[in-house]
Write a protein that binds this ligand. Structure first.
Ligand code: SF4
Ligand code: ZN
Length: 423
């Protein structure tokens, strides 16, 4: 089986007996090997070890107490889902609130919302859904029309952080728990270190105190768990999971660092824990002893706190770019397309399999190979002759053709998708 994460990181796994007897309980059949020790464990011993790691981390860093209201922003992925599962299991009476941000990412956000709804039902956690297009009139996809077209994940991060703070306040949350794990933290730490961004490194500690008044504190209860073990836990517990098939997923610098870490760790099983221990016990205290008082202001547009000296927060600066674009259309319904009177400057592309194109296709449509979407250079070369045209793409479900549209928009083509009404 495969689990695919954002940016095409792929995990291959198989859950099957890996020996005769569990090294801990000496009773059950082992199904997982711990990453750091050569221990073959059964499902319940493996779960107990992960529970103990989380429990000890929460206690050591005093992450919350029972007066707190703890919010978990659920994405449908393995990390936030496992976090919700473990917190609910370890602290059944803790006041936990699940939150899902529906960012209006076509062919992704609605599906992930269903997965999160199933998870919350299974874990008996209340869920609050915030629908960005409905509440604020724009979606993350629309930033493909701005100068941020090649940095969608960065815009998405800014908008999400803004909503984390705002919703935490509205929902009365005192703590926000995130699913950052050992591999996430190490790769981000090394990436920031190479960039010299020591201020951001401080935020990688297991607990980040509020920056602005009234903000919730942020905690990372999974900070000592390796990513692969989180995935195994989610699978063994049969948590509903959404493979991250966000069409904007990209390979970021920290994902490349993660790959190096994997290579180093294959030679020395405790390598990651050693690096993280130096980071946590030596480096973070060194940085934290240098207290810099950061000035903060109320954003002149939205009223939320910001440290930006021009008093407009990052989220509002990005949205004002979007507001300057009058036509934000990226898709046509079939009705809209067929009722469009003037199609003289349009070229239609069918990105289905060739046999299906040959059997029947929209009038005047040209065929392009579905595989072309993987190759940016070939994509640019193929569509260069149509630079001044409006391009319409369609496939079976609308998903692949939408990917063509997003990639071509990044290359500054005027591309649109034909929505498949049966989808
Ligand atoms: Fe947002 Fe990028 Fe993740 Fe998609 S892949 S949800 S755009 S951060
Ligand atoms: Zn603002």
């Amino acid at each position: 089986m495969q689990y695919i994460k954002c940016g095409s990181e792929t995990f291959n796994f198989e859950i099957k007996p890996i020996g005769k007897i569990c090294n801990l309980c000496k009773r059950e059949t082992p199904v997982v090997t711990l990453t750091t020790q050569a221990l073959k464990l059964c499902k319940s011993c493996f779960l107990r070890i992960q529970e103990r790691r989380v429990y000890e981390g929460v206690k050591r860093y005093k992450m919350f107490d029972f007066k707190d209201r703890v919010g978990i922003f659920l994405s449908g992925g393995k990390d936030s889902s496992t976090l919700a599962f473990l917190l609910k299991r370890l602290y059944p009476t803790l006041n936990i609130q699940g939150i899902y941000l529906n960012l209006g990412i076509r062919y992704y956000s609605d599906q992930a919302q269903k997965t999160v709804e199933n998870l919350c039902e299974k874990l008996n956690i209340p869920l609050f859904v915030y629908n960005l297009p409905k509440e604020e009139g724009f979606s993350i996809d629309e930033f493909i029309l701005t100068d941020f077209k090649s940095k969608i994940c960065s815009v998405c991060g800014t908008i999400k952080r803004y909503l984390f703070s705002k919703l935490a306040k509205n929902l009365g949350l005192t703590v926000i728990a995130t699913g950052h794990h050992l591999d996430d933290l190490l790769s981000t730490y090394l990436t920031l270190f190479f960039q010299g961004d020591f201020e951001s490194i401080k935020r990688l500690a297991p607990v980040s105190p509020p920056i602005f008044p009234g903000q919730a504190k942020k905690i990372k209860p999974l900070f000592s768990l390796p990513e692969r073990e989180i995935l195994y836990l989610a699978l063994l517990e049969e948590l509903p999971l959404e493979s991250c098939s966000c069409p904007h997923g990209e390979i970021t610098p920290s994902k490349k660092v993660k790959k190096w870490l994997e290579d180093w760790a294959s030679e020395n099983k405790t390598f990651k824990n050693q690096v993280y221990s130096v980071f946590l016990n030596k480096f973070i205290p060194l940085l934290s002893s240098k207290k810099e008082s950061e000035a903060f202001f109320s954003c002149l547009k939205c009223g939320e706190y910001t440290s930006s000296p021009n008093q407009i927060c990052g989220r509002c600066r990005r949205i004002s770019l979007l507001e300057r674009i009058p036509d934000r259309k990226l898709e046509f319904t079939r009705e809209e397309w067929f009722s469009l009177k003037d199609k003289t400057n349009w070229v239609i592309f069918d990105v289905r399999e060739k046999e299906d194109y040959l059997q029947e296709h929209l009038e005047g449509a040209k065929w392009v190979s579905p595989n072309l979407v993987e190759d940016e250079k070939a994509l640019f070369k193929t569509f260069k002759p149509y630079k001044d045209k409006n391009l319409l793409f369609y496939c079976y479900t609308g998903r692949l053709s939408y990917l063509f549209v997003l990639k071509l928009r990044k290359l500054s083509f005027k591309a649109y998708n034909l929505l498949n009404s049966s989808y």
